[in-house]
Write a protein that binds this ligand. Structure first.
Ligand code: PLP
Length: 226
């Protein structure tokens, strides 16, 4: 793990870059939420980022996240985001651990979440697999409308999330997610105000294309422990 002051310094650097990207795009910097992707990082690294002002953390693995959340139970006002795939047999632990599920990908999962957390409903983003990659989770854009219709009474669907294919041209996928969101918002009547897109390599481009949440790991925490 990096030293605490190094994490604080890198966090400030990422915040500055977010502010610059927002200004370039004529957006308000506070319209972009920085979600720190903390998978495989020790609880102490999360605590260091918290001390430096971070309040949103994204975790991929349910058990790991539950253990860290317990270890960090004294931290106030933290929002925990699930950014990894959710298997149905882990739904109960996930609902007990996370405040936002960014990887909703089936009506059946929404049903299970809704039963476990009827009110207030769980905030959820639908994960869209824009590149049609078999090794990535999420649903094709063409299935988003029916998922929204089937899940909207069980969860509070606040937007869309994507992990685009690894290419030089992530911008095109970010723009595609925004266009899809605009279309789905119009057809569903939901605001779908959140667009979760952009990571260490490309968060500034994502902000230029409308991201409201960027998920950044290595730029703040350094390389992940193996
Ligand atoms: C790990 C991860 C990130 C952050 O990746 P970095 O390259 O470390 O910024 C973002 N989103 C998801 C879904 C991840 O799993």
């Amino acid at each position: 793990m990096l030293a605490e002051n190094e994490i604080a310094k890198r966090l400030q650097d990422v915040r500055d870059r977010i502010a610059h990207a927002a200004t370039r795009a004529r957006r308000r910097p506070d319209a972009i939420r920085l979600v720190l992707a903390s998978k495989t990082q020790p609880a102490a690294a999360i605590r260091a980022a918290y001390e430096a002002g971070a309040r949103d953390f994204g975790e991929n693995y349910i058990q790991e996240a539950a253990a860290k959340r317990a270890e960090l139970a004294d931290l106030r006002d933290v929002t925990w985001h699930l950014i990894g795939h959710l298997q149905s047999n882990k739904t109960a632990l996930a609902v007990g651990t996370f405040d936002v599920i960014q990887t909703l990908d089936s009506v059946r999962l929404a049903d299970a979440i809704g039963r476990l957390r009827p009110a207030p409903p769980m905030r959820a983003l639908i994960e869209i697999n824009l590149g049609g990659e078999a090794n990535k989770s999420g649903i094709p854009a063409s299935e988003a409308q029916s998922l929204i219709e089937g899940a909207r009474d069980k969860t509070d669907i606040i937007g869309l999330m994507t992990i685009p294919p690894h290419t030089e041209n992530a911008r095109r996928y970010f723009a595609e997610l925004r266009t899809l969101r605009d279309r789905l918002a119009a057809s569903s009547g939901l605001a779908l105000s959140e667009l979760s897109m952009g990571m260490t390599e490309d968060f500034e481009v994502a902000i230029e294309e409308g991201a409201t949440m960027v998920r950044v790991g290595r730029a703040v925490f350094g390389e992940r422990p193996a």
